[in-house]
Design a protein around this ligand. Structure first.
Ligand SMILES: C[S@@+](CC[C@H](N)C(=O)[O-])C[C@H]1O[C@@H](n2cnc3c(N)ncnc32)[C@H](O)[C@@H]1O
Length: 291
């Protein structure tokens, strides 16, 4: 009995003392993952941020002892067991080449939104103009545009005070001069804009949303009534007063609402086109106010 006890004590000590290798952290995450949406990408992101390594450096270090094992294990466990997105665990997301602070009060920036930003920057260029980002969330759209289009006066609107706190922190950290306004879209605002830009909530309550998104990201940022069209319709309606002649309305859209949106917008505007993303999905709607 004593011998068995000693043996198991020594065995446990040995496990504690052996430092995990990089490749073993990936195996641990795969084998112990309790979530449906598990992505190895998330483990890479944790290591990149915590150990300040580039992707290729991690690949080269797979057989090396893991650095910062305690911190990594704690975050990996919260991801694979509690289903918390790693961007929230790290309070970090990258968008359009910049690092942004994120927390559970804002949508995690999506790579697809870079297409909306790219197109907006292309159209705005170095013009002196006034633009608004409606539903600014973490501020990624407004800030990325302001950093490239110095001559634009940029407003960022959100109905969520907590989201605006995040946007203000990001604008401050990235040195972008933005006027943030707490408001229900353009309700009661008289300002005339040259560009109205928005990635509004657009998911219908009946649509499939992955577990990790539904249980962590703010529902205010995800769902919209009227089959996901409420915010688009409201913004189009407001644009009739708030968009200058020759102004442009740019929306991020999901492919499955493109037809309905084009039909709705065509009641008020003639010049409407979409651009596709890298998956051949219609992703950005561009509505020009030609008089
Ligand atoms: C899909 S998220 C987009 C966030 C950010 N612009 C991005 O692209 O990552 C939509 C944002 O709209 C905001 N929002 C929802 N309803 C709103 C309303 N009635 N007026 C203003 N903002 C609203 C949410 O708080 C959320 O930040």
């Amino acid at each position: 009995m004593d011998f068995l006890f000693l043996w198991s004590f020594l065995f446990n000590c040995a496990i504690i003392l052996v430092i995990m290798k990089y490749k073993e952290l990936f195996k641990y995450a795969r084998d112990n993952n309790q979530i449906i949406d598990f992505e190895e990408e998330a483990i890479y992101f944790l290591i990149e941020e915590i150990n300040h390594l580039k992707r290729h450096e991690i690949i080269l270090k797979m057989n090396d002892d893991l650095d910062n094992e305690d911190i990594l294990m704690e975050k990996v466990n919260r991801y694979i067991k509690d289903n918390i997105p790693v961007q929230y665990l790290l309070n970090t997301a990258y968008f359009y080449g910049n690092r942004f602070f994120v927390n559970e009060n804002v949508l995690i920036p999506r790579f697809d939104t870079e297409i909306l930003v790219d197109k907006s920057i292309e159209l705005i260029g170095s013009k002196k103009c006034r633009i608004v980002d409606i539903g600014t969330g973490s501020g990624i759209i407004a800030i990325s545009i302001k950093l490239k289009c110095e001559n634009a006066i940029v407003d960022g609107i959100d109905v969520s005070t907590k989201a605006l706190d995040v946007a203000k922190k990001n604008a401050h950290d990235l040195n972008a001069d933005i006027n943030f306004i707490e408001n229900d879209m353009l309700e009661g605002i008289d300002t005339k804009y040259d560009f109205i830009i928005s990635n509004p909530p657009y998911i219908d309550g009946d649509e499939y949303v992955s577990d990790i998104v539904k249980s962590n990201e703010p529902s205010l940022a995800l769902f919209s009534e009227d089959k996901g069209m409420y915010h688009y319709k409201k913004i189009i309606q407001s644009s009739l007063n708030n968009l200058n002649d020759d102004g442009v309305l740019l929306f991020e859209i999901p492919d499955n609402k493109c037809d309905a949106l084009m039909e709705y917008a065509s009641m008020y505007y003639q010049d409407i086109e979409y651009i596709k993303d890298y998956n051949n999905q219609r992703r950005v709607l561009i509505i020009k106010n030609r008089k």
